[in-house]
Every structure is written in C-alpha cells, then in structure tokens.
Design a protein around this ligand. Structure first.
Ligand code: BV8
Ligand code: ZN
Length: 237
C-alpha cells in the first residue's frame, strides 16, 4: 500500500518512531550515493577503498578518497528530508539510525543519532586508538597523524569491520520497540544495518519505506512511498 495519508496517520498516533536512513536522504544535498546511477561504487571499487586491508596496503589512496569526499560534503547542506526528521524528534519519541557518515543529520539539528557506520569528520589513531573530530577540509599534514605519531584513519566502519560497540544493540532495541519504522533512502543491501528492517517488522512495527526505486524489502513493508525523501518527508511529518 502506498498511501501517504495513512502513513501520516500511523506516525501521528505512534508512541515510538524510529528511522533508518541511507545515502538517498543526502542525494538531494548533492552527495553521491553508493549504488545508484551516479553512485560512488560505480567509479571506485569498494574493496579497494572501504576495507582495512585496502588501508593497510595503500593508506594514501584511501585517504585521498576520503579527503575528496570530505571536501565535497563540506559544501553540502541538509535538505528538507533531514530537517523533517529533526522536526519529528522535537515532537515524538524518535530514534534516528543512520548508515550515513556525512554528518548532515547533525547539521539539520537531530540530536539522538545512532551512527552505525561512523562519521567522516572523526579520525582514529591506528596506534593508540585515540579518536577525535577534525573538520579541516585540508589536513595540516597528509596523511593525518595522531599526536602520538601514529597514522590516523577515518573513524568509519569498513566492510568486514564490526560496528561501534553498543550502537547496533541500541539500534536493535529502537527497531524492536518502534510502533512505526521509517526506512529512508537505503538500498537495504548492507548488513547488519538492513537486518533492522525485518527485526522491526517481526516486533510489530508498521514499516514505511521512502525511496525513488524498489528495494529487496519493498514487498515486505506496510507502506511503500515512491519519491524523493526531500519531497515526501516534509509531507509525511
Ligand atoms: C560486518 C563505509 C561483522 C565506507 C560502509 C562477505 C564478506 C565480508 C562481509 C560480508 C560479506 N557478505 C556480507 C557481508 C557483510 C557486509 C555487507 O553487508 N556487505 C554487503 C555489501 C553484501 N557488512 C559488513 O562488512 C559490515 N560489518 O558485517 O561486521 C563482520 C565482521 C567480520 C567479517 C564479516 C562480518 C560493515 C558494513 C559497513 C560497511 N561500510 N561504508 C564509507 O561509507 O566510506 S557501507 C556503505 O553502504 C555506506 O556506508 C552506506 O551507508 C551503506 C549502505 O548504502 P546505502 O546508504 O543504502 O546507499 P546506496 O547507494 O546503496 O542506496 C541509496 C538508496 O537511496 C537507493 O535505494 C536509491 O534508490 C535511494 N535514493 C537515491 N536518491 C534518493 C533515494 N531515496 C530517496 N530520495 C532520494 N532523493
Ligand atoms: Zn595515537
């Protein structure tokens, strides 16, 4: 069923709402997605850039890719979709779970954000594991280093790496206790993040999907709204 009016009713009468967002919510802000037509994985191979092995083999190339993404993201601002979710948090018991690392949900004013895949503005030392925020668009030294002299890496979850301790458990709790679970702008192919969708469904949540195309879960959701997040979310919330 793809009825905006019903979906809006479900959200209005929900006690607890949760949302899982993906790269699609930032597309209208100008940030390329991963798997769509102009997607990043079309130009680059994920295995060559978003894995610990790739970083160990060639930290400079991986850092150049993240530097390029940081410079691009630094020029982007949240769109109406991000802002609508920040609005929802102000009026409802709402948990925002994001796979995005771009920080646009923070800029939009969301507070309670579970970042499953890390944050492109945070760095972690590969030697002493210290972690810090660095918003500089060009690093003083390249590749960036820790004060201990160790090589810094992006504090991002790469393929084959575990999600940050506790974050995924919190996301699972939010999915299990939600009355309404919004799935926004994700191709729902990356696990364990995508596993939150069937988990919410099994716990009785109404699932509302917002996407410009079908995903592996479109047939499972209670309401599939086809359209852009920036256009649909303000109307929904
Ligand atoms: C883990 C970091 C335990 C990089 C990312 C085989 C070997 C090893 C592992 C696996 C394997 N098979 C499966 C796995 C597990 C693997 C996985 O799921 N792989 C998939 C690809 C098959 N997962 C992991 O490795 C995870 N860790 O499992 O740990 C473990 C430990 C050891 C060994 C094994 C397992 C770690 C996953 C995190 C990986 N890191 N990114 C970086 O970001 O720099 S994932 C990457 O994809 C991004 O982070 C992104 O967040 C994520 C999901 O992508 P989406 O957000 O969905 O974006 P996408 O482009 O795909 O889709 C965009 C959607 O938006 C589309 O549907 C489009 O239609 C829609 N859209 C576009 N415009 C709009 C729109 N919608 C609305 N409005 C619009 N305007
Ligand atoms: Zn260090």
């Amino acid at each position: 069923m793809s009825d905006l009016k019903t979906a809006r009713e479900w959200i209005r009468s929900a006690r607890r709402v949760a949302a899982l967002t993906g790269a699609g919510i930032s597309a209208e802000s100008g940030i390329p997605t991963f798997r769509g037509s102009g997607g990043l994985w079309k130009q680059f191979r994920a295995e060559d850039l978003a894995t610990a092995a790739a970083f160990a083999r060639d930290p400079l190339t991986v850092w150049e890719w993240y530097q390029w993404r940081r410079e691009l993201i630094a020029q982007c601002t949240p769109n109406a979709g991000h802002l609508a979710l920040a609005e929802l948090e102000a009026t409802t018991h709402f948990t925002l779970i994001t796979q995005n690392v771009d920080g646009l949900h923070d800029l939009a004013g969301s507070r309670n954000i579970l970042k499953l895949h890390g944050d492109i503005w945070r760095l972690r030392c590969t030697t002493c594991l210290a972690e810090w925020t660095d918003r500089s668009v060009r690093f003083a030294q390249f590749p960036p280093q820790c004060t201990c002299g160790g090589l810094a890496r992006p504090a991002i979850v790469w393929f084959g790496e575990n999600l940050p301790d506790g974050i995924f458990e919190e996301a699972g709790h939010a999915a299990k206790t939600a009355d309404v679970f919004l799935v926004i702008g994700t191709s729902a192919q990356v696990y364990p993040a995508a596993g939150l969708i069937p988990e919410a469904k099994a716990s009785g949540a109404k699932i509302i999907e917002i996407n410009i195309e079908k995903t592996p879960f479109t047939s499972l959701v209670d309401c599939a709204l086809t359209g852009s997040a920036g256009e649909l979310l303000p109307r929904l919330i």
